[in-house]
Design a protein around this ligand. Structure first.
Ligand SMILES: Cc1ncc(COP(=O)(O)O)c(C=O)c1O
Length: 368
């Protein structure tokens, strides 16, 4: 048979993880796995949450609605949009990756503009969908690029992956508004944001007012449920939502009902809200302490945070992937996250700072 090859490749991060597992077993040493992109300060404690879910209900045992469980779409409106949007603007997807893939294949554009340092999967999924990509080096540079951007789309990820940089909300909002007003589509893909914010945050309800902004979200990071494969897309463009709903239907036939009911309980029951808040609090606390520790030791590569602050679950440190391995720390070379700055980036590594603080310190203290 003939294969329609995409030319895309599998993630190097997965391969590094497999390599580390093998070394760790062979050497009988416990590595600090900071190469991964998951929160690992604590697990979210679902014990009290699942107790109240009726697994025998037809809601869980039969096909869910193609666009997502209606109650979950409404709960997302309440939690993320301060009830200012509508369930019909929201589609439930099989994680953030599925959400991004759907918009990349549906929104007509020649190029998606990615930051110089970007999450590798953006690039790979564009390749699969045969959409071009271009680069911007900083958010402020986008103002001067508007003619080139018009009719295309810009990806904003804040706090970012791989740098973990967080831009000022107001400055960023001003930029996104300018882009949207100038007919530039903005994909706001910031699944790390809600680790640090709760339902009082009104950023999404403000972004929603901008007609060319599409929001993709995920429950993998903010509530630590990457195994459940759940996310959503928000847009006020009815034509876009209608087309996305068709594509979502014919690639999923509805997204896992059990996962949807777990997240619904997290968002709407007192036990769920408590479990989410406890998870976010512990996670944000150790991320903060770990970044402070790296700064104090002079390990953070400060030049990447000149116009932003280091806040997210990732940080860039002054060591190569190989140097960190000598101290039993798993990481990913920063060169893997850029096309144009590979040489410079090969001196540094991206680490996940969402790791228990004491354990984190014990490994880095070994570096004199
Ligand atoms: C920036 C960014 N966006 C989206 C995703 C997708 O998350 P998921 O498919 O697990 O929901 C990830 C996952 O690592 C990510 O880093």
């Amino acid at each position: 048979m003939e294969i329609k090859r995409s030319g895309a490749s599998l993630s190097r991060i997965v391969l590094i993880g497999e390599k580390l597992k093998k070394i760790s077993l062979k050497e009988k040493v416990d590595y600090l796995l900071l190469n991964r992109g998951v929160n690992s300060v604590v697990n979210i404690n679902l014990k009290d949450v699942v107790k109240n879910i009726d697994f025998n209900s037809t809601d869980i045992q039969v096909y869910p609605a193609g666009a997502g469980v209606p109650a979950l779409r409404e709960a997302i409106n309440v939690e993320y949009f301060n009830s200012t949007s509508k369930a019909s603007n929201i589609l439930i997807t099989a994680g953030g990756m599925n959400a991004l893939d759907l918009i990349v294949q549906t929104v007509d554009m020649d190029y998606l503009f990615l930051p110089t340092y970007y999450w590798g999967c953006y690039f790979q999924m564009l390749k699969v969908r045969k959409v071009g990509n271009k680069e911007y080096s900083s958010q402020s540079e986008l103002y001067d690029m508007i003619d080139e951007l018009r009719g295309n789309a810009v990806l904003i990820c804040d706090p970012g992956n791989p740098l973990g940089e967080k831009y000022d909300d107001e400055e960023q909002f001003k930029l996104i508004k300018t882009l949207s007003d100038n007919n530039v589509t903005v994909f706001f893909d910031s699944p790390y944001r809600r680790i640090f914010y709760n339902s009082k945050d009104d950023y999404y309800s403000r972004l929603m007012e901008l007609k060319n902004v599409v929001i993709t979200e995920s429950f993998s990071k903010s509530v630590g449920l990457s195994g459940q494969r759940l996310g959503f897309i928000h847009s006020t463009n009815k034509e876009l939502i209608d087309e996305l709903a068709i594509r979502l239907m014919y690639c999923t036939n509805g997204v896992n009902a059990f996962a949807q009911h777990v997240v619904l309980s997290l968002l709407t029951t007192p036990e769920g809200v408590k479990a989410s808040n406890d998870f976010k609090k512990a996670t944000a606390n150790d991320i903060f302490l770990n970044i402070k520790y790296l700064q104090k030791r002079g390990f953070l590569v400060e030049k990447y945070y000149n116009t932003s602050v280091p806040k997210g679950i990732f940080a860039v440190v002054n060591f190569t992937e190989e140097e960190l391995l000598k101290y039993y720390i798993g990481s990913v070379s920063l060169s893997f996250f850029t096309k144009t700055q590979k040489e410079e980036a090969s001196n540094y590594a991206r680490i996940c700072v969402s790791s228990p603080h004491e354990r984190f310190v014990s490994y880095f203290d070994a570096i004199k």
